[in-house]
Design a protein. Sequence first.
Length: 403
Amino acid sequence: MPPNSQPPDPDAAEPGDEPAAPYAKRTLAAQAMGQIDPVTKAVVPPIHVSTTFQRDPDNAYTSGFAYGRADNATVREAESVMAMLEEAEGALLFGSGMAAAAAVFCALEPGDHIIAPRVMYWGLRRWLQQEGPRLQLSVDFVDTETPERLRAAMRPGATKLVWIESPGNPLWTVTDIAASAEIAHAGGARLAVDSTAASPIHTRPLGLGADIVMHSATKVLNGHSDVIAGVLAVRQADAFWERITAIRAGWGAILGPFEAYLLMRSLRTLHLRASAQATGAAVLAERLSGHPLVSGVLYPGLAGHPGHAIAARQMENGFGFMLSIRVTGGEEAAIATAAHVRLWKRATSLGGVESLIEHRASVEGPGTPCPPDLLRLSTGIEDPGDLFDDLDQALRAAHDRAR
Ligand SMILES: *Cc1c(COP(=O)(O)O)cnc(C)c1O
C-alpha cells in the first residue's frame, strides 16, 4: 500500500466481520488494522483504561461498553488483529494462555468426555489431570499424532472436545489438523488446537477445519517476554463461544488494557520476528544434526522428523522457532550443557526475541514423555551463527568436564 493512501476501513476490523480482503495479513498487522483514533487521528490508538462507562439518559449503553471486566476497547482492538490473523469470526483475549484454555474446558458440561494429547504443554496436562475430575470431565491422553489412535479413543455421543497441540511441546510432534477435525466432527466433537508453537504465521488451524484455536500470547505473539496473555479465536461464533465469552466476564479473566496495548504493538512486527526466528531455528536444526555431541534433533523442518510430511502440508513460512536436542551423555551432560551457555539464556518460556534453553525434564517432573537428555531451545532473532557457536562451546565444555 502506498504510504499516504487511506488505511483499511477500521469498521471492517471488528471481530466477526470478513477480513479486509485486498491487503496481506502482514500489511494489516503492521498497521494494527489501520485503527486510527477518531478524536485526535492518532495512528497509535490510545490505551482505554476506564473501568466504567456512562449510561445514556434513557438508561441504554449505546457505546456497547458498560464495565471493564466484560469488555474493553483496547482489548477489542488487539482482538481484531488476532481475528484477522486467524481469519476467525471472533477472538477473545485472556489474562494468560492457561486462562484461555481453561475457559474452553469449563464451557463443557459435567459428564463430557475429552481427548487430549499425550505430548502437550505440561502445565495444561497437569491442570486437566487435577481439575478435569472436579469438573466431572473424563480426560483421555492419546497419541493424537496418530489418527488411528485418535479415532479409536473417540466415544461418539460422549466425546465433546478433542484438544490437540501442533507442534507439540517439547518433542515437537506434528498432528494432522485436517484429519483430526474430520475424526472429531464425525464423532460429534469440537476440535480445539493449541497453536502456540506454530503461531498464525505458520499454521491456520481454523482453515484446516478446527473449531477453536488457542495461543499462549505470552510466547511469540507478544514475543518480548514482558506480557502474560492468552487468546482464543473461533471459526463460528456459536452458543459455545457465547458461553466462553460469559465465562471470561464472570470469572474476570479478561486481559488488562496495558497488556493488550503491548500485545498489539508486538503483533505489528509478528511477521518479521516469526520469520526470522523460524529461519534461525532451521539453521540451528541443520547444523546441530551433524554435531558429534548431539544424538538427536527434534524439529519438524528436518526431513527425518516423523511429522515432516504433515508439517510440510499444514505449515507455511517455515516450521517455527522451537526445537529440541538430545545430548550425548544423557541427563547429566544435558544439564551441564545448559550450565555452560553464555549467550543463550537458561529460562523457561518460549517465543521471545532472545533465545532460551531449558532442561525440560527437570521442569515437567515424573510422568513426562520428555526424555532426560533433552534440551528445549527457543530460537530468538540473534545471529544464528552466534547461537550455534555458543551451543557448540557449551556442548564441548560439558563433555570435557565429564571426561
Ligand atoms: C506457555 C504455554 C501455555 C500456557 O500459556 P501461559 O500464557 O503461560 O498461561 C499453553 N500452551 C503452550 C504450548 C505454551 O507454550
